[in-house]
Structure formats: structure tokens, C-alpha cells
Design a protein around this ligand. Structure first.
Ligand SMILES: O=P(O)(O)OC[C@H]1O[C@](O)(CO)[C@@H](O)[C@@H]1O
Length: 536
């Protein structure tokens, strides 16, 4: 199939996107599809309907239907760890039946949602008090990777849907191992009214545990070594129940996740507590409902109108056939500032692999390099390379059609104008990237340094508006896209062995930094740097 695709690419290699649009006025109609609040426009990709037909053949050859069935049957698709990957089960409605190996998964999931609900209610209503009796007004989520990026990204993206609470609760996030964010927070927060969530699937991540330890010392130092400090000021979310207990988190303040939830797929579980604290449980359930809509769409929609499948295959075409190995994520909405970071983990930690499920070296490129920023800001930073650099890049433009239409006040008109400005810039950029000079009047009169080559492919994801439901659908779409690509590439998207060894090597290195033992068996760069650090 790869040969067929390569030959097909040869046939359209010299056809510019401007020609494809000229040749077919209905190109957009043919090459876009919708699911609920999302519209996926891939007409600015360098492909035709014949390309799609061949990509579907490839997907059939790679047994995509069987793999989708396996994913939703709870089979151990994470083969190196012998686990299933059932993030989709976190989004099931309560009346859905899902039992795996005799365990009622839906009941487990909804039991934890009810526990979350009680905690959210207690905090929102001002009933959660610190050890000295003050109402908790600040919550700090301590976590890293999937235990930080998803909750933080969504909580910020949904700031307009934040609920007013009688406790006037504020969410904060601390992730960095060096304590940068935590030290800033501890300078301003009141220990009497601060609650920490220790969020860690494994409850072994040193970044999180060292931040948690610092928080514990701060509380004990400022509040005194009273019994009840740990009980009143810490919540835990983990799959390692005993480890939470050993750390000192009381049973009633523990929320549970399961082995079958991957860290970067966990924001739908109790790891998403900061989201629920921001938008309330109703908002959190809307987020789950939007994701469930996408799960059902992915599982059942024909591929011709299946958003995750189309998005994945377009990506495979770019990466493996057109040799485009960079992808920019460009939301035209400041609330989605953290989405590129979130997708960096989702895509690159999942599919940044070079060994197949069968233990062979892959023969094709896998995950491209993904980065991004809020589009309008990136226009003033790296768009120069997109327009006139030497590297091909594919872009995902993400934008809500409507904003500021609710809760009107004295600046609503101005803000609506600002939103229109962002929309105009998004459409202008994707048009110029695709068409190049053909988008301009009399380009031949311009000097060469002002000309645009164009032919840079992009997709546009248009949301009705950004709310919990549409965001849930958007994120689930990317999750399933990643899964489809892993099937095409024959890799396991649910493990991350590449991140383990660096952590182990750091243990020895830490000993040397602390003056324990002789530095030996390391390269001269590491030895030289250690010498400077230890001598500093
Ligand atoms: O939730 P945990 O177990 O602390 O893990 C945090 C992150 O660390 C990783 O395991 C990578 O080191 C990610 O996959 C995960 O999201």
C-alpha cells in the first residue's frame, strides 16, 4: 500500500493547492465533515478524494476496524504493560453497561464521580475548613505530565464557564520539579485556607512527591505540628491507594483512578478534579458528554465522515508520504493557550516510538514534531518560517465561531470586535499558507523577498463555541486520532518506556551532586559540569 500511496503522490506532487482549489469550486464541500459542535475542514491539505480512497485501503490493510473493536472491548492493547486503555469508559453515561473480566466498570467510574461531586460541593459551599477552622479558598493541584497538563489546560480553557462559588475558590497549579511555581505560591497563599491535591497516577513521581513534601513542611511550619493538618489540607488522586495512605492522606480524602487509565488520558477521571472545581460538576459532566459523543462517532461513523480517522490519515499522508515532519497547533483563542503543550504530550509521548508492537524497528517515520502557541501571538513569533522558511509544516488551526455573546456588559461590543479580528486573521493565514501568491493581487510586481510560495497544508477545526461539551469532543478527537495513527504505524501508543531511564540515571547523579560517592563511569561533559556544580 505504501508503494501505491507513493506513486499516487508522485502524480499530484507538482499540483499546487491553488490549482486544486481552482479546479474544484466545491472542494470545501467535498473535504470537510462535522460531528456535533465540531467542523473539520481538510480541504487545505495537499490531497484529493483519490488520496483518501488509498488511505482507507491502507487503514483496512492495517486492520483498523479490528483495532477499534479491540480498544472498545477493553482488550490489553497496551501490550508492553499488559493493560487495556479504557479512557473512553470514563465518559460512559451511568446507564451504559461495561463490564470487563466481571468487573462493572461503569459502576466504578460513577462511584468516583459521586465522590468528586461531594468534594466539589463541600469546597464550593465553603464547608471545607482548614485545621484552624478557616474556610478553604485556594486549591493547589500538585502533579506533572498528565496529572497537570490536562486539568490545567481545560480549567484555563473553560474560564468563561467558571461557576461562582460562595467560597470564592481559586485554583492553582504546581508541577515543576525545581519548585519554581510552588515557591511563588507559598509566598502569597494563606496556609490556613489552602488545600493541596496530590495528583499522581503512580504516586511515585519524584517531581510531584517533592513538591508535596515541600507543601507539607510549609503547612507544618506555619500551622504547627497539629494533628489534622494532613487530613484537612491534602487530597489525593491516584491508582496507588496504599501509597496515598502511607503518605498520610486520609481515606475519605482519596479519589481513585485505575491501571487502565493512561496518565495522558486521565483528565476525564478524578485527575480532572481541578476542572470540576472550576466549572462545577455539571460542567465536568458536559465535558465527559462531549467526549462520549466523539467516542460513539469514532466507533460507528463511516470513515468518509469520521473526524478522528480522517484527521489521522491526513497526518499519515503528510508524515509518511509528503515527508512533512512538523506540525503546528494554532488555536485562535487565548483560552486555549495550553492546548499545544497538552497535545505535545498526548501525541509525542504516545506515538514518539520507533519499535513496533512485534518488537521490530519501524520502517517509516512515526510522530512528527509538534509545537504551537496561540495563533495571533505566534504570528509575531514563528509564522515567518511557516510562510517563507525552507521546511514544510502542517498546521492545525483551531477556532470557535462565536464568543462573547453571553453575559453582555459594557465592553461586549469591543470584545466581539476583537474576536472577529482573531477569526479574520486565522482565515487569512490559512489562505495565504495554502495559496501563496495566488491569494494576492499582482504578486509579480513584488520583489522576491515579499513573495509567498504557499502550498503549506493545514486543517481547520471550527467549534460552534468553546464550552465544556465542544472541548470534550475536541480533545477526544485528538485522542482517537493518535490511536488510529498508532495502528497504521504498528506501535503501542499507551506506554512511555523512553522516559524511564533518564529518571533512573538521575538517582546516581543526585548522589554525586550531594557529595555521596565518587563520580565515575560518566562522559567528560557530565563530569566537567558536575565538577562546576559541586564546586559552586
Ligand atoms: O501521574 P503520575 O504517575 O505522577 O505520572 C505523571 C506523568 O509521568 C509520566 O509517566 C512520564 O514520566 C507521564 O506519562 C505521566 O503523565
Amino acid at each position: 500500500m505504501w508503494r501505491v500511496l507513493a506513486d499516487h503522490a508522485e502524480g499530484i506532487r507538482d499540483t499546487h493547492l491553488a490549482e486544486l482549489f481552482d479546479a474544484d469550486p466545491a472542494r470545501f464541500e467535498r473535504l470537510h465533515c462535522e460531528c456535533g459542535p465540531l467542523l473539520f475542514d481538510y480541504s487545505k491539505q495537499r490531497l484529493t478524494e483519490q488520496t483518501l480512497a488509498r488511505l482507507f485501503d491502507l487503514a483496512r490493510q492495517q486492520q483498523l476496524p479490528q483495532w477499534i473493536d479491540r480498544l472498545f472491548a477493553g482488550d490489553p492493547v497496551n501490550c508492553t504493560e499488559g493493560r487495556s486503555a479504557m479512557h473512553w469508559a470514563l465518559r460512559l453515561p451511568e446507564d451504559a453497561s461495561c463490564s470487563i473480566n466481571g468487573v462493572d466498570i461503569t459502576a466504578q467510574v460513577h462511584e468516583q464521580l459521586r465522590r468528586m461531586d461531594r468534594i466539589v460541593h463541600k469546597l464550593h459551599s465553603g464547608q471545607w475548613r482548614g485545621v484552624t477552622g478557616e474556610v478553604v479558598t485556594d486549591v493547589v493541584n500538585i502533579g506533572v505530565g498528565g496529572s497537570d497538563l490536562g486539568p490545567q489546560m481545560v480549567a484555563e480553557a473553560l474560564c468563561d464557564s467558571a461557576v461562582e462559588t460562595s467560597s470564592r475558590l481559586t485554583m492553582h497549579f504546581a508541577s515543576t520539579m525545581d519548585g519554581s511555581q510552588l515557591s511563588q505560591l507559598l509566598r502569597t497563599l494563606n496556609p490556613h485556607s489552602t488545600l493541596f491535591i496530590i495528583s499522581s497516577k503512580s504516586f511515585t513521581t519524584i517531581d510531584t512527591l517533592s513538591n508535596a513534601e515541600t507543601a507539607r513542611h510549609w503547612l507544618e511550619h506555619t500551622l504547627g505540628d497539629k494533628p489534622g493538618v494532613l487530613h484537612c489540607h491534602f487530597l489525593g488522586v491516584s491508582s496507588a491507594v496504599q501509597k496515598m495512605t502511607d503518605w498520610g492522606i486520609s481515606e475519605e480524602h482519596q479519589l481513585q483512578i485505575w491501571d487502565w487509565v493512561g496518565g495522558r488520558y486521565s483528565m476525564w477521571s478524578a485527575i480532572g478534579l481541578p476542572i470540576a472545581l472550576t466549572v462545577g460538576m455539571h460542567g465536568f459532566r458536559q465535558l465527559l458528554a462531549g467526549a462520549h459523543l466523539m467516542d460513539e462517532h469514532f466507533r460507528t461513523a463511516p470513515w468518509e465522515c469520521n473526524l478522528p480517522v480522517l484527521m489521522a490519515l491526513v497526518g499519515v499522508w503528510n508524515t509518511n508520504v509528503l515527508d512533512i515532519n512538523a506540525q503546528a497547533i494554532l488555536p485562535y483563542d487565548g483560552r486555549l493557550k495550553l492546548l499545544p503543550l497538552y497535545l505535545e504530550q498526548l501525541e509525542m509521548e504516545s506515538n514518539g516510538k520507533s519499535v513496533t508492537r512485534d518488537g521490530k524497528l519501524v520502517e517509516h517515520s512515526t510522530c512528527p514534531i509538534i509545537w504551537g502557541d496561540v495563533g495571533p501571538n505566534a504570528q509575531h513569533a514563528f509564522y515567518q518560517l511557516l510562510h517563507q522558511g525552507t521546511e514544510p509544516v502542517t498546521c492545525d488551526f483551531i477556532l470557535p465561531a462565536r464568543r462573547y455573546h453571553q453575559n453582555r456588559d459594557e465592553v461586549t461590543e469591543e470584545l466581539i470586535s476583537q474576536h472577529e479580528l482573531a477569526l479574520a486573521n486565522c482565515l487569512a493565514q490559512s489562505r495565504l499558507l495554502a495559496l501563496g501568491d495566488a491569494a494576492l493581487k499582482n504578486p509579480e510586481d513584488m520583489p522576491i523577498h515579499q513573495r509567498y510560495r504557499g502550498n503549506q497544508p493545514s486543517s481547520t477545526l471550527l467549534l460552534d463555541e468553546l464550552n465544556p461539551y465542544s472541548l470534550g469532543a475536541l480533545i477526544a478527537m485528538y485522542e482517537h486520532k493518535v490511536f488510529v495513527q498508532s495502528v497504521i504505524w504498528e506501535i503501542n501508543p499507551f506506554d512511555q518506556w523512553g522516559v524511564e531511564m533518564g529518571k533512573k540515571l538521575a538517582v546516581d547523579t543526585l548522589g554525586w551532586i550531594r557529595g555521596e560517592g565518587q563520580v565515575e563511569g560518566v562522559d567528560s561533559s557530565t563530569a566537567g559540569l558536575l565538577g562546576r556544580i559541586v564546586g559552586a
